[in-house]
Design a protein around this ligand. Structure first.
Ligand code: ADP
Ligand code: MG
Length: 348
């Protein structure tokens, strides 16, 4: 007997990126002003003299944040900052945001004031205006959707699909801390739920906890590029882990790469924390996420400038496509990099 063709495909078959591709690959651009649609950290719209950049992020309670250990002020701050990060990842400057929220009557006015105090603090720090939004009710949990609008000079925009063979691969700051911080907060939550008399033991781990609860976007690195007149050949922000992001750069550019495990920057207290929560620090850096650092490639001629940037490490180089996307382990073994990251819809 011939099995009928199933009419419902499960989301887990496609995964998050497969689903986005499936839903958007048929788009035909109608407007001359649409320079870049789906597929980068932000869309690009031509304004005549300069480009506008637009990006949206949606945060869902129980999926992206847990109010047991996330102060609402921090949540508001983070929701804004992660959007700014996508604009910096295009080598642009965030200028305005709109904020959509869906709230249940479980929240008081004071609670939402706290959320907004965090959003306003981020806007103050990054010099961004809140210019609108939408408010509605929710039957299950809190939703926050922020859209950011930024600008860039046309010649300054950096895409994720334009890396060249022999370029150096660079990372700002350090990686894996936000994920290690999350594991610690989850562990202490479980301890507290088992025995509410137990106080959380977070001693010595301020840095990874801050990286999880109150991340920053790398405005300073974009300012350095500007100051030293260097333009990365490609760039993306690290929201889903180094593995997922380098795959976006390499696949988009039709290239391969070698990343050296020993060169991946990891903070000391994060290493200690990884020991304590039983996770390999390299795994946290590759497959954790939410570090909001910048991953970018530069031409070798710019190495002398980049090596003066204290907050930037060279972690590898771009190769031709046939080499594949590889991690060179501390023992010198070459291991293909696969993305686990936060591909939210994929079955493990
Ligand atoms: P990032 O991690 O930088 O925030 P995403 O992985 O969320 O980027 O999205 C990748 C690309 O897909 C972006 O260009 C984004 O605008 C687009 N995209 C994501 N979800 C949708 C959707 N539901 N409909 C249309 N485009 C989407
Ligand atoms: Mg991004």
């Amino acid at each position: 007997m011939i099995e009928p063709k199933p009419t419902h495909t499960s989301l887990s078959e496609l995964g998050e990126f497969g689903l986005i591709d499936h839903l958007t690959s048929g788009i035909v651009i109608k407007q001359k002003s649409t320079v870049k649609g789906v597929g980068d950290d932000a869309a690009i719209i031509d304004n005549g003299n300069s480009y506008s950049l637009v990006s949206t992020d949606l945060l869902v309670e129980g999926v992206h944040f847990d109010l047991t250990y996330t102060p609402l002020k921090h949540l508001g701050y983070k929701a804004a900052v992660v959007n700014f990060s996508d604009i910096y990842a295009m080598n642009g400057t965030p200028k305005q945001i709109t904020v959509g929220i869906a709230v249940s009557n479980r929240f008081s006015v004071e609670a939402l004031e706290e959320l907004y105090s965090g959003i306003y603090l981020a806007c103050e720090k990054y010099n961004v205006d809140l210019v609108g939004g939408d408010t509605t009710s929710s039957k299950s949990g809190l939703f926050i959707s922020i859209t950011v609008i930024g600008t860039a000079e046309k010649q300054d925009v950096v895409y994720r699909n334009t890396a060249n063979e022999h370029d150096l691969i660079c990372v700002s700051g350090d990686l894996g801390s936000a994920y290690a911080g999350l594991l610690l907060l989850e562990r202490e939550k479980a301890v507290f739920l088992a025995d509410p008399n137990m106080q959380p033991d977070l001693e010595g781990y301020d840095y990874p906890i801050e990286r999880q609860l109150k991340p920053e976007a790398r405005k300073d690195i974009i300012a350095l590029f500007n100051e030293h007149h260097i333009k990365p050949t490609s760039m993306i922000d690290i929201s889903d882990g180094l593995a997922s992001e380098i795959i976006h750069i390499c696949k988009g550019s039709g290239k391969g790469c070698a990343i050296y495990e020993e060169k991946i920057p990891i903070d000391i207290s994060t290493m200690n924390l990884c020991d304590s929560v039983n996770i390999d620090p390299t795994t946290a850096a590759l497959n954790g996420g939410e570090d909001y650092e910048l991953l970018f490639t530069i031409s070798q001629k710019d190495y002398d400038i980049i090596k003066g940037f204290l907050e930037v490490c060279v972690v590898g180089h771009i190769t031709d496509e046939s080499y594949g996307i590889n991690l060179i382990s501390r023992s010198g073994q070459s291991v293909p990099i696969t993305a686990q990251g936060w591909d939210a819809l994929r079955k493990d």
